[in-house]
Design a protein around this ligand. Structure first.
Ligand code: GLU
Length: 500
């Protein structure tokens, strides 16, 4: 097999949806597996849908995830430019060839005329039947066509779909796929402004960039019939095609949409995005406290299965195990609980200092100006207890400030009047022995007073942390400091006094 060249070809029409991230991942894995080349191509020919900042967003997302292209805008490569808007002059030659050889034609219908058609017949499509009655170079005389070509503002070039033909191709995932040409419309391939549409630019670039495998979302399956025809008309060998299954809503019903994030309360984009309107602002997985390797591991199994029950994969293991044959045909349900589980596993195994750097901004935002080393210690104690990185802060505020509120219900359950003196005594011992080992200090007092650990420890935890939840108490006190913990114990006495 020729050396593998695959591309991820997003359109910069907004933030990159999680389905797009999965497509990038599968292309990346396939390229790595076959020692091939992973290309990023920006498909920005539709100027009407172009969104400033989207390309940067795509590149930043790929960088965050470590899915670095070998070729692409901002990367190397001998096949550039990698932005279709910069390749406008390249496409003309091919469209002219299609017209000259009778596989494409000029269409002069105005947008208003086409709109009227659609209103009169909602099923209207510009195709082998309707084109016979429409305003195009197939129905008009040469002189009428030439006149319109020179004078009309609405000249599009359409692909001439053959009549009554079965167009078939092989899909690596779905097997033999066929369409009857009557199902296909005469797609516009070049617009009045001289810009190609997706269909033309896509196949010309796949050919010129020597793409060997097209791996993309299922929504492009029917377009592939058009593409296969164009390859044939231009005398080119098509690449192999693989159409990935849809990512479904958590309910399993219907495609996961960009609005589902807000609806179900989880991110569907890798990074946060600020749109023009409130409803177009999205929180990303990164900002929501996910580690990129957790997101990749989760996505790798959303439509692909290794064939055994292994779930945790390093990138190298994924590259090793990945194959197109093991991609599933049916839609893959987006299960956020599974994503959270992966994230928890990766947080547990992550280096504490790395975690600390990741949550440093969140700490500062909360007004906690602690050293990154301190934060790393907190991460070490908390990481088994969270699903998202920033929960290390939100669920352990007692590492940064004395509790403002106490779990009064637990206090009521655990506290009796005779405990008061002991709490006070332990508080004072800790204050006086700031550098001593808190465990020894506390245990010595408990032993000398003939107390039970199980009686005093929960009260100390409530005093120092405000809550019954938290990591090992002695480790926590060591980190918070004896003097500070002792002070908190004394300061909590009024709260015990006020229990009714
Ligand atoms: N530009 C298309 C998209 O936005 C690419 C489809 C393909 O990979 O051919 O998804």
């Amino acid at each position: 097999m020729a050396s593998v060249r695959v591309r991820f070809a997003p359109s910069p029409t907004g933030p990159l949806h999680i389905g797009g991230v999965r497509t990038a991942l599968y292309n990346y894995l396939f390229a790595r597996k076959h020692s091939g080349t992973f290309i990023l191509r920006i498909e920005d020919t539709d100027q009407g849908r172009y969104v400033p900042g989207a390309e940067q967003y795509i590149i930043e997302s790929l960088r965050w995830l470590g899915l670095l292209p070998d070729e692409g805008p901002e990367f190397d490569g001998q096949y550039g430019p990698y932005r279709q808007s910069e390749r406008k002059s390249i496409y003309r030659e091919y469209v002219d060839r299609l017209v000259a050889e009778g596989h494409a034609y000029y269409a002069f219908d105005t947008p208003d005329e086409l709109e009227t058609m659609r209103q009169n017949d909602p099923t209207f499509k510009y195709d082998a039947v309707t084109r016979k009655k429409l305003k195009n170079s197939l129905t008009l005389s040469t002189s009428e066509s030439d006149h319109l070509l020179n004078t009309s503002d609405h000249v599009a070039i359409r692909l001439r779909i053959p009549e009554n033909e079965v167009i078939s191709f092989n899909d690596e995932i779905r097997g033999h796929v066929s369409f009857n040409s009557s199902e296909l419309d005469d797609k516009v391939i070049l617009k009045g402004d001289g810009m190609p549409t997706y269909h033309l630019a896509n196949i010309v670039d796949d050919h010129l960039m020597e793409i060997t495998h097209v791996i993309r979302g299922e929504e492009w399956l029917s377009s592939t019939a058009h593409h296969v025809l164009m390859y044939r008309f231009l005398g080119w060998t098509p690449p192999s095609f693989s159409h990935l299954p849809l990512i479904l809503k958590p309910t399993g019903q219907g495609k996961l949409s960009k609005r589902d994030g807000a609806r179900f309360g989880f991110p569907v984009f890798p990074l946060s995005w600020d749109g023009d309107h409130e409803e177009d602002n999205f929180t990303g997985f990164r900002e929501d406290g996910f580690l990129p390797e957790a997101l990749l591991n989760f996505l790798s199994l959303l439509g692909w299965s290794p064939g055994n029950d292994q779930e945790m994969f390093t990138m190298d293991e994924l590259v090793e195990a990945f194959s197109l044959e093991k991609i599933v045909k049916s839609g893959a349900r987006f299960d956020i609980d599974k994503a959270l589980w992966f994230n928890q596993q990766y947080i547990i195994h992550a280096d504490n200092l790395r975690l600390a750097y990741l949550i440093q901004d969140k700490a500062i935002e909360s007004g906690y100006h602690v050293s990154v080393e301190y934060l790393a210690e907190v991460c070490g104690l908390m990481k088994e207890r969270v699903h998202k990185t920033h929960e290390i802060i939100s669920s352990a505020r007692f590492f940064f400030e004395a509790p403002h509120v106490f779990d009064v219900e637990s206090m009521k359950k655990k506290y009796r009047q005779e405990h008061r003196n002991h709490l006070e005594a332990i508080g004072n011992i800790l204050i006086k022995n700031d550098s001593g080992d808190p465990e020894t200090l506390i245990k010595d007092h408990i032993a000398a007073q003939n107390l039970k650990m199980g009686e005093i420890m929960p009260l100390l935890r409530l005093s120092v942390c405000g809550t019954m939840q938290g990591p090992d108490l002695m480790k926590s006190v060591r980190l918070i400091g004896n003097a500070e913990s002792g002070k908190r114990i004394l300061d909590s006495l009024p709260a015990y006094d006020n229990l009714s």
